[in-house]
Ligand binder design. Structure first.
Ligand SMILES: NC(=O)c1ccc[n+]([C@@H]2O[C@H](COP(=O)([O-])OP(=O)(O)OC[C@H]3O[C@@H](n4cnc5c(N)ncnc54)[C@H](OP(=O)(O)O)[C@@H]3O)[C@@H](O)[C@H]2O)c1
Length: 373
């Protein structure tokens, strides 16, 4: 079976003759990558260990920002003879099921259910089902899978579960009333694109920030009232020549959805409304030290807690979401009320191209998918 892998120094020489090895440069770091063949796992449906488990064949998969940390860990700290199999979400076909699995049958298509923190109380590990989604044949606990509806094509299902489950959870936690003003930061990140698409189902006014205006027309079509370009040097959003006046006109944003708290949290407090709610699912600095880059210039935190206190703000953390969040997103997709931004689909051994587009392309708009031929 195939695995899309980051290769250690010596692993390249261990590949069979003719196997394609490419190099992609991520953040100035050369990364060797290719397709590695490994034996398929054995699966006996009647074995007690397998009674709640499901054997699947992955048809397509995608990566998320978090995968960069794992890729660089392989490059800098991995065993030279080893390889690291990438991928954090997938669409797969069920090949066989354990004796106590009634929810799935061979032929069904499934995606990962990243339910966190509970994993449905079934004894399966919470969170994402695998960090190696490109492993072609895999065995999962049934609690870690959700059926893909017929209306959802493979390239969407391969790019759906993390963004959808996370942003539906964030929006649920914000509990914005009708007419609220919501600011989404880093508009072009996959997480924010999911959030913006999902907010269409709520009667709120959506504003967004981004480091460029390249996709302004598309974002406006998706429902963004105003896109504001903010550069990394703007210390406080309230002092920003475009964002400050918008925030003052609106009496501040009632809700903020932010995928990178280390880029935005201290800066955004000043543009929030009294009693506003801020929710974040992550941070930018997940690997800078490992690749020898300077850590982020810290935005001044002085006064952050004072602002939080004085404005009665709610600061909410969010890690992924519940099964019910993913189910609601799937229902909305099936009903035609949730669009998914997919940028491109690669296949036929285009591993370096896939990684390059995923992590390097400034003109990427949405998820990048790799599909097995
Ligand atoms: N905890 C969870 O459950 C969970 C789930 C999903 C995601 N996340 C987190 O959400 C974040 C985004 O993930 P993603 O996969 O959506 O990322 P992504 O698509 O790779 O994000 C790329 C975007 O990030 C912004 N960006 C990148 N470098 C930047 C810089 N130096 N300064 C300012 N903005 C920069 C840019 O947005 P603009 O072009 O708009 O400026 C860029 O287009 C990560 O922190 C990730 O770990 C967490």
């Amino acid at each position: 079976m195939r695995n899309i892998a980051i290769l250690g120094q010596k692993a390249r020489q261990m590949l069979p003759p003719g196997a394609r090895v490419d190099t992609v440069v991520l953040d100035d770091v050369p990364v060797a990558c290719g397709i590695v063949e490994t034996p398929e796992p054995e699966f006996a449906p009647d074995q007690p260990d397998n009674e709640s488990r499901v054997l699947v064949r992955v048809r397509a998969f995608s990566l998320n920002y978090r995968d960069k940390n794992r890729i660089f860990s392989m490059v800098f700290n991995g065993v030279e003879e080893g390889f690291y199999v990438v991928g954090s979400e997938f669409v797969a076909e069920v090949l066989a099921v354990g004796s106590k699995v009634t929810e799935f049958a061979p032929g069904d298509r499934v995606m990962g259910d990243n339910d966190y923190p509970g994993s449905n109380g079934n004894g399966a590990a919470p969170g994402i089902p695998t960090n190696h989604a490109s492993r072609e044949i895999q065995i999962f606990h049934k609690a870690k899978l959700l059926k893909v509806p017929e209306a959802m094509p493979d390239h969407v299902a391969a790019a759906f579960s993390i963004g959808a489950q996370t942003t539906y959870s964030m929006i649920r936690k914000l509990q914005m009333p009708d007419g609220a003003n919501v600011l989404v930061t880093s508009a072009k990140s996959n997480t924010s694109l999911f959030a913006i698409n999902a907010l269409k189902n709520h009667r709120v006014n959506v504003y967004a920030t981004s480091t460029s205006d390249r996709f302004e027309p598309k974002l406006k079509q998706m429902g963004v009232e105003q896109l504001v370009v903010v550069d990394a040097l703007c210390p406080r959003f309230l002092e920003h020549p475009a964002l400050g006046p918008v925030a003052k006109r609106l009496d501040g944003f009632n809700g903020v959805i932010d995928p990178y708290f280390d880029l935005h949290l201290p800066r955004v407090l000043g543009v929030m409304a009294m009693g506003g709610k801020y929710v974040t699912c992550g941070m930018y600095d997940q690997y800078l030290e490992m690749i020898g880059k300077a850590p982020l210039r810290g935005y001044k935190n002085d006064g952050a807690l004072i602002a939080i206190m004085m404005k009665n703000l709610h600061i909410i953390g969010n890690c992924i979401g519940l099964t019910s969040d993913l189910q609601r997103a799937v229902q909305d997709f099936t009903a035609g009320s949730l669009d998914v931004a997919v940028d491109s689909v690669f296949s036929s051994g285009q591993v370096a191209e896939f990684l390059d587009r995923t992590f390097n392309a400034r003109d990427r708009f949405g998820k990048v998918v790799y599909r097995y031929d």
